[in-house]
Design a protein around this ligand. Structure first.
Ligand SMILES: Cc1cc2nc3c(=O)[nH]c(=O)nc-3n(C[C@H](O)[C@H](O)[C@H](O)COP(=O)(O)O)c2cc1C
Length: 210
């Protein structure tokens, strides 16, 4: 269990005056040290219902140009995770009937790797004055906010797409409309093993104008 069970403050009311940005050493530390934990190394517990709802509320505060809210969420918890795994296993049987038994087991257990999986679905309004690119970027930012918020609650998280984000049958099982796309499956749980830092390149920066 994360050592302290932290919840964010309630959502500010409409038009509420908000405090100016305040320095936060904890936030800076989180941003400097946050790493994904591979879903394979996740265990329970995951967020409880209150924490899950808080994560979704925080993620939905992501900037979006035009207030289109161009994303939605699908949550997978409890037994629903195994049911979705059964669909993935059946799909593999159609696509690769000769695959080795461990592949079928992997598909069956995909979503039970973590106690909570949140699918972030990009839902673009086409032919709108807000470019589709900007709407898609907003869905990506939602995924990153979920990673950061989960981390701030003391949970491990990973942003995955894997093959089933792009598969026709898996998309149908998710109930995606034709214009909708999976921005990410955010796996959230507790790290069985803490991750080590990974290689990172320094940011590529150029100062315009020399
Ligand atoms: C859109 C997106 C999709 C990703 N899909 C996968 C994936 O399918 N499989 C995988 O191993 N990593 C995937 N990753 C990478 C991991 O989420 C993660 O970024 C990486 O393991 C290290 O990230 P960290 O810097 O947060 O530790 C994806 C990342 C993004 C942004």
């Amino acid at each position: 269990m994360p050592m302290t069970r932290l919840l964010p403050p309630p959502a500010p009311g409409a038009d509420a005056a908000l405090p100016a940005a305040t320095p936060s050493a904890q936030t800076l530390t989180l941003l400097a040290q946050r790493r994904s934990t591979t879903a394979r190394l996740m265990t329970g517990p995951g967020p409880d219902a209150q924490q899950r709802d808080a994560l979704l509320r925080l993620a939905a505060r992501t900037p979006d140009h035009g207030k289109l809210f161009p994303w939605r969420f699908i949550t997978f918890e409890g037994e629903a995770r195994a049911r979705f795994g059964d669909i993935l296993e059946a799909r593999l049987r159609d696509l690769e009937p000769e695959a080795p038994p461990e592949r079928f087991e992997l598909e069956r257990n995909r979503f039970t790797r973590a106690p909570l999986v949140i699918a972030v679905i990009s839902d673009v309004t086409e032919n709108h004055k807000i470019p589709e690119w900007e709407q898609i970027l907003s869905a990506g930012a939602v995924c990153q906010t979920l990673l950061v918020a989960a981390s701030a609650m003391g949970f491990a998280a990973q942003w995955l797409t894997e093959w089933y984000a792009y598969d026709r049958i898996a998309r149908a099982a998710l109930g995606l409309a034709s214009g909708e796309r999976v921005a990410g499956f955010i796996y959230i749980g507790t790290a069985a093993e803490n991750p080590a830092e990974r290689p990172r390149k320094p940011p590529r920066v150029s100062a315009w104008g020399g």
